[in-house]
Design a protein around this ligand. Structure first.
Ligand code: EPZ
Length: 446
């Protein structure tokens, strides 16, 4: 175990690999098994929840990712002591255990330099405010997939009695006598805003009613952890949450749920290249929106006692029409991967993105690999080609990057994916997991 203030040294290496590239030689089928990691988008808010208690929060199955390291750095600045326990090496297949203890809040300011690197760090606003009565958190700014405002986070916290104003790019929030229960209806479903306000309401005085909440499994996972910490939350998995605020929360131990986006990504990769792979540790019900789509394309998916088995043998892929939606709909975080997949389907597919305004940056890169894609508004019309051709490509966000890896594995010839740091943000040991199943994929250090 390492012990100390701020992130342990084991975190540091991940962010140093910014300029590496991934070299892929396409055409190999995949056979074997791939372990599924803990979900990044559950692990991040769960780590933030440590701010709500002065006792240790033990989180099992935390993936080894750049975003996790980045958040550890921010939490360290705020006063969270972080220790790494157990299966802790970078090679650990079953995730790592983090022990996060916020005995005291050392600082209530989350500075721009740290927040701008990762939006999820904005989630510290609610917990800091609930615990300390004040918080100053940089606005995260725009990002590659769209403007991504934080107005629902702010309005939700105002409904709990916070006074909030913006000053020089910072959100400055105060609740001198603590937060009080309130009523807020999210104008649109937002994963992060639901998480932020739910965490804050857990420590407010009195009852909070939140309507039109996100019901993504990662939100529910966070709610389970908060309940283990002593929070009183009703309505898990529904759009209405009722939270009876508690004077304090205590320590707890919680295991992060498996990553449904990683699960879906590898299922689509098998669909693209053919073969048979067991996704060990995956939970089939988390990809219910994906299964019928892949099945209609000609992919076989079954549940096993260890996870999910995916296979495709021989036959061509059928085209599909898919629209992204909040959970339980088809996830926006799998849209780029699906698009890469249908590039080789036999016919015309339509993929409509409804969550983020600018999440088609992979389209020109796929076109460089020979894909036939026309974008009309929020819909990409993809006419399948016989075979994609390898090319050097580059993407500007995490899911787009892995979509290009998928395309490279299916393509003829060699593909180089630049800006690997995007992949390191969200896919644990990607090239090792795929390589063990027969993919020709390697990291080239620059
Ligand atoms: C979470 O982002 C995920 N990130 C995203 O994953 C995911 O794509 C997204 O949910 C949708 O599923 C984490 O969980 C850390 P939202 P979040 O608030 O919470 C608008 C990945 O690749 N909105 O549900 O930021 C917003 O602009 C990432 O892992 C407002 O207008 O997403 C968007 O159009 C990318 N005002 C929509 O709501 C607000 O205050 C949904 O966003 C908040 C959101």
């Amino acid at each position: 175990m390492s012990d100390g203030t701020g992130p342990p040294h084991q975190f540091r290496g991940v962010t140093e690999k910014r300029m590496d590239r991934i070299l892929i030689r396409g055409g190999n089928r995949l056979n074997g098994e791939i372990p599924i990691s803990g979900a990044k988008n559950a692990g991040l808010p769960l780590m933030v929840a440590s701010l709500l208690s002065d006792e240790p929060l033990i989180l099992d199955y935390i993936p080894h990712l750049a975003d996790i390291s980045q958040l550890a750095e921010i939490l360290g600045v705020l006063g969270v002591r972080i220790a790494l326990d157990g299966n802790g090496g970078a090679e650990a297949a079953s995730g790592r255990t983090l022990i996060l203890t916020a005995r005291e809040i050392a600082d209530t300011t989350a500075p721009y330099d740290l927040v701008r690197k990762m939006r999820a760090s904005f989630f510290v606003l609610g917990p800091l405010l609930a615990r300390s009565g004040k918080a100053k958190v940089s606005l995260p700014g725009g990002c590659a997939i769209g403007p991504r405002p934080v107005d629902f986070h702010i309005k939700g916290l105002e409904a709990l009695g916070a006074t909030i104003h913006l000053e020089e790019g910072y959100v400055i929030a105060q609740a001198n006598d603590g937060l009080t229960g309130g009523h807020y209806r999210f104008p649109h479903v937002s994963v992060g805003a639901t998480e932020n306000v739910m965490m804050a309401a857990s420590l407010a005085k009195g009852e909070t009613l939140l309507e039109n909440c996100a019901i993504e499994p990662e939100v529910t996972d966070l709610a389970h952890c908060l309940i283990a910490m002593g929070a009183k939350i009703e309505g898990l998995g529904t759009r209405t949450l009722r939270i009876e605020g508690q004077p304090r929360l205590h320590g707890a131990r919680h295991s992060v749920l498996p990553d449904r986006i990683e699960t879906g990504t590898y299922a689509m990769t098998v669909a693209a290249v053919g073969g048979e792979v067991e996704l060990v540790g995956a939970r089939k019900e988390l990809i219910n929106a994906v299964i019928p789509i892949l099945e209609s394309m000609g992919v076989h998916i079954t549940e096993t006692n260890r996870g999910v088995h995916v296979s495709r043998n021989g036959a061509h892929l059928e085209p599909v029409d898919v629209t992204t939606d909040p959970y339980p709909g088809f996830p926006t975080d799998l849209q780029a991967q699906l698009m890469a997949l249908v590039c080789q389907a036999k016919g015309v597919s339509h993929i409509t993105e409804t969550i983020f305004e600018n999440r088609f940056m992979h389209v020109p890169e796929l076109a460089r690999m020979g894909a036939d894609i026309r974008v009309e508004g929020q819909t990409a019309i993809v006419t399948g080609v016989e075979r994609l051709k390898g090319a050097p490509v580059m993407a500007t966000d995490l899911r787009a990057s892995v979509g290009l890896v998928l395309a490279g594995l299916a393509a003829e010839g060699e593909t180089i994916v630049n800006r690997v740091y995007h992949l390191d943000r969200g896919f644990e040991r990607l090239e090792e997991k795929l390589g063990r199943c027969g993919a020709s994929i390697e990291r080239v250090k620059v």
